[in-house]
Design a binder for this molecule. Structure first.
Ligand SMILES: *Cc1c(COP(=O)(O)O)cnc(C)c1O
Length: 223
């Protein structure tokens, strides 16, 4: 198993531009497989459930130079745990949550890095800002001074063809450029967290700076 993980990682790395950060999505993946990915050079790991993540992190404490990314829907009552245990939150999907995280971060004296999750197309299965709501919320987000707002995250709806998927990624990049051109003091837009196992090549074409890959590194997840 660990040899296939390391060869999967080597194969993916050879396709990624050096500027693109490879984040290994380890939801449902056992700690032995995470250690194999670490041995193959991965230092960025992502989880989508707080409880599962904390138990794995506790078993991996010796891997001290790892960066943990939270990518799941975050409930307000888990917000504190999230910023205590993850350096990055990719899935900040509404203003109230951002303000809650900001307040907690201020109390804890930390400055978590976050991405704002946007829905370029309406999608009842996903959370995230619509474009118009995000633009309207920027002044309030700019007041969240304990958050390091680094960019946008998106997940295209299921069932799009390649050209529609690429449109979603391009549109996300253009939205980031538009926000950047407004010169907010506390909103930065240098990161685009987009691309999963089945669409990461399109995401890179669209300008992704971070790809979140699970299946292609670790194999199919058992439900
Ligand atoms: C599970 C998940 C991924 C990884 O998906 P794969 O298709 O296994 O690569 C990426 N991003 C998010 C938000 C996820 O929940």
């Amino acid at each position: 198993m660990s040899s296939s993980i390391s060869s999967n990682i080597a194969a993916i790395k050879s396709q990624l531009p050096p500027s693109v950060r490879l984040i290994a999505v380890t939801k449902t993946v056992p700690v032995e497989a995470i250690r194999a990915a670490y041995a193959a050079g991965i230092r960025d790991f992502a989880e989508n459930r707080i409880q599962e993540a904390l138990s794995k992190q506790a078993q991996l404490q010796d891997l001290s130079d790892v960066t943990w990314h939270f990518i799941g829907h975050l409930q307000s009552n888990k917000a504190k745990k999230a910023i205590e245990h993850f350096q990055w939150i990719h899935s900040v999907d509404n203003l109230k949550l951002a303000q809650r995280l900001n307040q907690l971060a201020q109390q804890l004296g930390i400055t978590p890095q976050i991405c704002l999750q946007v829905k370029i197309l309406a999608d009842p299965h996903k959370s995230g800002w619509s474009i118009s709501q995000l633009l309207a919320d920027l002044p309030a987000l700019n007041h969240c001074k304990s958050l390091q707002i680094q960019g946008l995250m998106t997940i295209p709806p299921l069932g799009l063809n390649d050209s529609e998927t690429l449109d979603v990624f391009n549109c996300t990049r253009k939205l980031a450029t538009e926000i950047q051109s407004q010169h907010w003091s506390h909103i930065h837009m240098q990161e685009l967290s987009m691309g999963m196992s089945f669409d990461y090549k399109l995401a890179i074409q669209g300008g992704a700076t971070m790809v979140r890959l699970g299946t292609i590194l670790f194999g199919e997840r058992s439900k």
